[in-house]
Design a protein around this ligand. Structure first.
Ligand code: TGC
Ligand code: FAD
Length: 383
């Protein structure tokens, strides 16, 4: 695996050991089967329990709640390896860990923590995170899903869209306005008034389940509210997940880069390996350079997160840079592979198609540009 600046020297023995376990798992269990799941638009359900047994859910959640209590770099390395297999697998782990376990751990009552966290860590429960609505994506502050007080708890009304794992989730963390203010609610599968139909026809993240969440006078108990209010509730979860994506994107880039190097050395045209042509080398050097830079950003960001020194803007920087870098690498890899680049036999188009979603979700590339522009100038340019 490419590591030009010896970033492994910046890792602990435990981090390297864990990364290698996840790496072997992806090589043995994910890569051989993922293309057919992508083609058939199915999620490889049998991997879920294996991922839980590896300990990739709730890596940072304390052991008493079924997590590993490990650091951010360990979490990042796992996300990198999972996305080297496929963005759908990393997405599953991101949602379970950062968007469902994290808010319950950070904003949940002791009862909620006891009830959900261990089961989520063990994949006895699958979770999803409902923020985006049909008419409110980049601007979640405008959401129209409401919670109103009822005699037994809260009535939810509204709809969420583009929700990873919605249809298969046992537990949904849903954001809705109560008296005009955003709050988080835990909604369990099967509760009357709640349905989660799957969205079909995606050309990207085909091995991931994506769903609508529909609430029609869905009554949830009073004790299912999370203890946070305002947009900072969901945005703080997104900071965790965006961090994982920054590492995951490097995994996808490594997959298309390695395939390109192998291909360039073995594909003969004009009596030479195509890797002997300057134009092909230029493409490989771009990938190699950008991957190496992104690896350095990730390790530094991970340590800043562990020291409590990272800001959401650091995370936006890494998500924005690394996902675009990976998408650029996938497009160059497609060129290097010629016609073979469009075949499922090579991992190129699958990663390229997936990365189109990754560039959009968890804050589009342009939204992260605006976050950084706001940071630099002090002038918000969102509206
Ligand atoms: P703004 O006024 O800037 O902030 C409101 C409050 O939130 C605080 N805050 C944050 N807190 C923690 N982490 C962050 N990243 C934060 N960003 C802001 C902020 O300090 C403020 O707090 P307070 O106490 O003053 O109230 O909010 P705004 O309405 O101007 O929004 C700014 C904007 C556009 C950047 C924000 O709305 C945004 O990030 N939009 C993008 C939406 C998004 O990323 N959606 C993702 C949906 S989930 C998803 O895609 C999952 S994909 C899963 C998978 O399959 O992997
Ligand atoms: P819009 O917000 O409509 O944006 C359209 C375009 O306009 C973009 O290019 C955007 O950058 C641009 N734009 C918007 N506002 C501005 C502005 N102020 N200035 C300049 N340009 C702007 N959401 C969840 O809540 N949970 C999930 O689990 C989840 N999973 C997802 C899985 C997949 C496969 C996908 C594709 C999406 C998922 N999402 C999820 C939704 C995702 O977060 C949103 O798609 C994303 O936030 C963008 O919202 P939008 O698609 O409505 O685009």
């Amino acid at each position: 695996m490419s590591d030009f600046f010896y970033t492994d020297d910046l890792l602990t023995e435990d981090e390297i050991m864990f990364r290698n376990i996840v790496r072997d798992f992806v090589d043995d269990e994910v890569i051989p089967i993922i293309e057919s799941h992508f083609q058939n638009a199915t999620y490889p359900t049998h991997l879920t329990k294996q991922l839980a047994d590896l300990g990739v859910f709730g890596i940072k959640v304390p052991e008493q709640y079924g997590g590993s209590g490990a650091g951010y770099v360990m979490y990042g390395l796992a996300m990198q390896e999972l996305e080297r297999g496929d963005s759908a697998i990393r997405s599953f782990a991101s949602v379970q860990s950062s968007l469902v376990m994290y808010p319950i751990w950070r904003y949940g009552s002791d009862t909620q923590k006891e009830k959900y966290l261990k089961k989520l860590a063990e994949a006895e429960f699958i979770g999803c995170f409902g923020l985006t609505e049909p008419d409110f994506g980049s601007n979640p502050a405008g959401m129209i899903t409401t919670a109103t007080k009822s005699s037994n708890g809260f009535l939810l009304n509204g709809a969420k869209m583009w929700i990873t794992n919605g249809t298969v989730a046992d537990v949904a963390v849903v954001w809705a306005k109560l008296d005009g203010e955003i709050h988080g609610f835990i909604v369990e599968k099967g509760i009357p008034g709640f349905s989660a139909p799957e969205m079909k026809g995606k050309h990207s993240l085909r091995a991931s389940v994506t769903s609508e969440l529909i609430f029609q006078d869905c009554e949830i108990p009073e004790e299912n509210i999370l203890n946070v209010s305002g947009l900072k509730g969901p945005l703080s979860c997104l900071t965790q997940a965006r961090y994982g994506i920054a590492w995951g994107a490097v995994g996808a880039a490594l997959a298309v880069y390695q395939s390109s190097v192998d291909y360039a050395k073995t594909r003969i045209q004009f009596d030479k390996p195509i890797g002997a042509f300057q134009l092909v080398q230029e493409k490989l050097v771009y990938m190699f350079t950008e991957i190496s830079k992104a690896q350095l950003v990730n390790i530094r960001l991970g340590r800043l997160m562990e020291e409590g020194k990272a800001s959401p803007q650091h995370v936006s920087f890494a998500k924005r840079n690394n996902v675009e870098m990976a998408l650029n690498c996938a497009r160059l890899a497609r060129e290097i592979h010629g016609a073979n680049g469009i075949l499922g036999e090579y991992p190129i188009m699958r990663h390229a198609a997936n990365l189109e979603s990754v560039k959009t979700y968890e804050g589009t590339h342009d939204i992260h540009t605006l976050i950084l522009g706001h940071y630099i100038t002090g002038l918000p340019a969102y509206q």
